[in-house]
Design a protein around this ligand. Structure first.
Ligand code: XMP
Length: 526
């Protein structure tokens, strides 16, 4: 789908009041096969109407409705005639704005509770009369707004679920979207299917079909360029666009000399041989390594790699443009931008006006390249992208591969990069990957890799004293790369990796395990 268009089937919008769970709500809704979009909390009724949504969810949030800068929705959204479901902070907003009473509390009710269903409600149809729920809220509702009734209570609150039956406005003080509310999915589905009348039509098959149609319409007879990195996002974007327009897509794969063992060959094999994608392979490794020679400052290394990448990519697209024929021009640059990159996220900690920021992932490529952007994955979450990849028959190794940084092995060799260090690191990295896969741990962690410390220490091999480099193993778990923890991998796996590196990789005589979390460390070493 293009930036402007969205899914044509059933959809709902989620107004974001800054909860850490907003994206979780959006994903749960999509798991129930209804398309969801996150909008800023102060979106106007016209904006909401324009999306064609069949219902509105109000997310939770850390604010109190009493605080001066509390984020508030436009009350006119209650007059759109659409069903509304407020969750946590969302229900307090409903009560506060529609004439109920919310009491300030500086203590949060946090943890599990039992919800007793006490009134008929579409939200609880087909559910037992008592369900386990997860609470996390501060202020509490003490009087209902006119026209509302309580339909469920907990030990601590007679108004744990409320509704205005005629207007289809609902509020839940607990969180149906978290795993600790085991039947929360049913409650959300009841809202979506029964209250809003949505159909479960959001599937990756329907996405692919609609997306291909839209790509064809938008691109017409023209052509698309895509920078393929071999990572999940650019690979799935390439496969999708190729499905839509075939040879009108050309992928450019830049070998910066900082890739893993066999990376360049594997990417070419998958895309050129299996998928028959038109692929321009640019081996710029000498150029990158030349520029990096003798450079040891991490920030300067990253800058050089970024700048060189743009230059090489520009050169490659210029060459393509020179081949423009009467049949269409290279008009589009495709990117694997995902939904979390484009959501206008809200953080509630001060003046809301200053807090809305949009993230636009334009991959650092300059505007003067004069391309129109094609971002067919910009409405998808990562797990959806993986499903699309599988449906398009990309190999599982590509679809579930671990993230790999753009600057490649350069940020895993401390200090200046040399060919010798790259050879050592590639070999060690290949051992880590193959042993993690063999032990069935590779896909269970966020990342597992080797880092080369060009710090020499004394060892002994055979009868010989050695004075060689150190390899560090970095294996972390993480949700999104923003925070991370080191993984307690079984000792026998660590031991196998270490002994293989020590036996097989030349010029390494010591292996260490990194037990730092992020923060204060980072995942990569540079
Ligand atoms: P750090 O090292 O900052 O990394 O904890 C967080 C996550 O981001 C990846 N990473 C990068 N990815 N270009 C990328 O595409 C980069 O320059 C880059 N630097 C770090 C890193 O592998 C980890 O998953």
């Amino acid at each position: 789908m293009s930036a402007e268009q969205a899914f044509q089937g059933s959809k709902v919008v989620i107004l974001d009041f800054g909860s850490q769970y907003t994206q979780v709500i959006a994903r749960r809704v999509r798991e129930s096969r209804v398309y969801s979009e996150i909008l800023p909390f102060n979106s106007s009724p016209e904006q909401i109407h324009a999306t064609g949504a069949k219902g509105i969810l109000l997310s939770g949030g850390p604010a109190s409705v009493f605080s001066k800068n509390a984020p508030r929705n436009d009350p006119a959204i209650f007059d759109l005639g659409l069903p509304v479901l407020g969750i946590c902070y969302g229900v307090q907003l409903i009560a506060h704005q529609l004439g109920g009473i919310v009491e300030f509390s500086d203590k949060r009710e946090y943890g599990p509770g039992t919800l007793r269903i006490i009134g008929a409600s579409p939200l609880f149809e087909g559910l037992p009369s008592e369900i386990m729920v997860w609470n996390s809220h501060g202020d509490r509702l003490t009087r209902l707004p006119p026209g509302f009734a309580s339909v469920a209570s907990t030990e601590n609150s007679p108004f744990a679920a409320i509704q205005h039956a005629e207007k289809s406005i609902f509020g839940l003080q607990f969180h149906p979207e978290v795993a600790h509310t085991p039947l929360g999915k049913d409650v959300l589905e009841n809202f979506l299917y029964r209250a809003c009348g949505c159909s479960p039509d959001w599937t990756m098959g329907s996405f692919i079909e609609q997306s291909c149609h839209e790509i064809r319409e938008r691109v017409g007879v023209d052509k698309v360029v895509l920078g393929l990195s071999g990572g999940v996002d650019s690979s799935v974007a390439a496969a999708l666009i190729h499905q839509a327009i075939g040879d009108q897509l050309t992928c450019i794969f830049v070998n910066n000399g900082l890739l893993r063992e066999f990376e360049a060959e594997t990417v070419q094999k998958i895309f050129r041989e299996n998928f028959r994608v038109s692929l321009k392979y640019v081996d710029a490794s000498k150029r990158f390594l030349g520029k990096l020679e003798g450079v040891s400052d991490p920030e300067i290394k990253r800058k050089i790699i970024g700048t060189e990448f743009v230059r090489v990519f520009e050169g490659a697209t210029e060459e393509l443009k020179a081949t423009d024929d009467g049949l269409g021009k290279y008009r589009f640059l495709a990117q694997g931008t995902l939904y979390p990159d484009v959501i206008e996220s809200v953080s509630i900690s001060g003046n809301p006006a200053e807090l809305i920021k949009s993230h636009h992932n334009v991959g650092g490529l300059p505007e003067k390249m004069h391309f129109e952007l094609l971002e067919p994955l910009r409405h998808l979450f990562k797990d959806e992208v993986r499903h699309v990849g599988l449906e398009l028959e990309l190999p599982r190794e590509v679809v579930f591969r671990q993230p790999f940084p753009g600057p490649g092995l350069a940020v895993r060799i401390l200090g200046a990069v040399t060919n010798e260090y790259l050879t050592i690191l590639r070999h060690a990295d290949e051992i880590v990957e193959s042993e993690m896969k063999a032990a069935d741990w590779y896909y269970r962690v966020w990342q597992s890799f080797a880092v080369l410390l060009p710090i020499r220490s004394v060892g002994v091999k055979g009868d010989q004293r050695t004075y060689e480099n150190t390899v560090v193993l970095r294996i972390v778990e993480s949700q999104d790369g923003m925070t991370a923890n080191w993984v307690k991998v079984p000792y026998d796996i660590l031991s196998r990796i270490a002994s293989r590196i020590l036996n097989e990789v030349k010029l390494v005589n010591r292996v260490c395990y990194d037990i730092s979390s992020k923060p204060p460390s980072t995942i990569e070493w540079e």
